[in-house]
Design a protein around this ligand. Sequence first.
Ligand SMILES: *Cc1c(COP(=O)(O)O)cnc(C)c1O
Length: 387
Amino acid sequence: MRPRLLARLASDLEKRRQAHALRQHLTHSEISARHVVCDGRRLLNFSSNDYLGLSHHPRVLAAARQAIDAGVGAGASHLITGHHHHHQALQEALADWQQRDAAVLFSTGYMANLGVIQTLCGRHDLLLQDRLNHASLIDAAALSGSRLRRYRHHDVEHLRALLSEHSNKAALIASDGVFSMDGDVAPVESLARLAKEQGATLMLDDAHGIGVLGAQGRGAAEQLSQQDCPVLMGTLGKAFGTFGAFVTGSQGLIEGLTQFARSHIYTTAPPPAWAAATLTALALIRGDDELRQQLHANIQQLRNALNGHAQAQLMPSQTAIQPLLLGDNARTLAVSQRLEEAGFRVAAIRPPTVPEGSARLRITLSAAHQEQDIKALVAALDQALAA
Ligand SMILES: *Cc1c(COP(=O)(O)O)cnc(C)c1O
């Protein structure tokens, strides 16, 4: 008998429910880097990727308002009539900031990763990825049809061995810059060295590093030149506080993506007013170190407060992502729910987003948090973990 697709889906859902791994859309009436309002309750938000609080920065809002008359929709894809001068100005400013030849916009980071890997890699190529890379990089492998080999987290020697097995194949090494569920930074210099030595191409997805790390917020790979890291992808929905993504590199790379990246070509360009707001967010990221310093002071405050805590060991991270590893799905969910009752939103991250047995509270910090917010979180964590 022919299997019924919706019946199979219902059974998959039931399994996930039993594993305490069901997720849901929570509806908010207010969302900012510091607070969310959910069911009429105001919670301190420790689950946002708005690391600098730019989504509500007065200058970013003003830029969006001023540009809104350019249209709330682009009306077409970039290659038809959707590419506004705000998009062009943003591409040029992103490339200039990253000291690259050129940049191209994508509607989301997910789509940027699909577009890059589908453009560069084909069936006969080798695609090497850190085992903890973001889902969008993994999905891109399937779309490109290339042979995906995953190396152990941070293990450059494992990567070398995998590369050596196929020295005659074209190879792309793709890694998160800052790992999204762990907060640690990839060994970018070793990756660049190995790529050069092996004739492979290095791609970094620095969704969580840009805006947060490096001079002018250039990210986890600020010390790598265009030659060292020829494909650099960044997202604009995190520290930038807006939406979307870019890829930056040589003229040849960007021209190639413009011609061949299907997720850039066959989709509507983002709204022009969004590009104008993002350009202002970039000016703040480049020019204003104060927000970044505040974020790093907040990170240090949390780490110091939990240093030596019996039940709350933060994973080793110096970025805005400060996960607390608990392991068990049900316990992680229970602690997250207790925090919610106490007025804090801290996401419980469970498999399949992270490996089995490594469920965690993913605490994220923002420059928008105040000293008393972090103190209150630490006190609430104490209670929630003891209960
Ligand atoms: C968030 C994220 C993406 C996806 O970016 P979106 O713009 O949200 O689609 C890609 N890669 C990494 C590492 C991410 O953390």
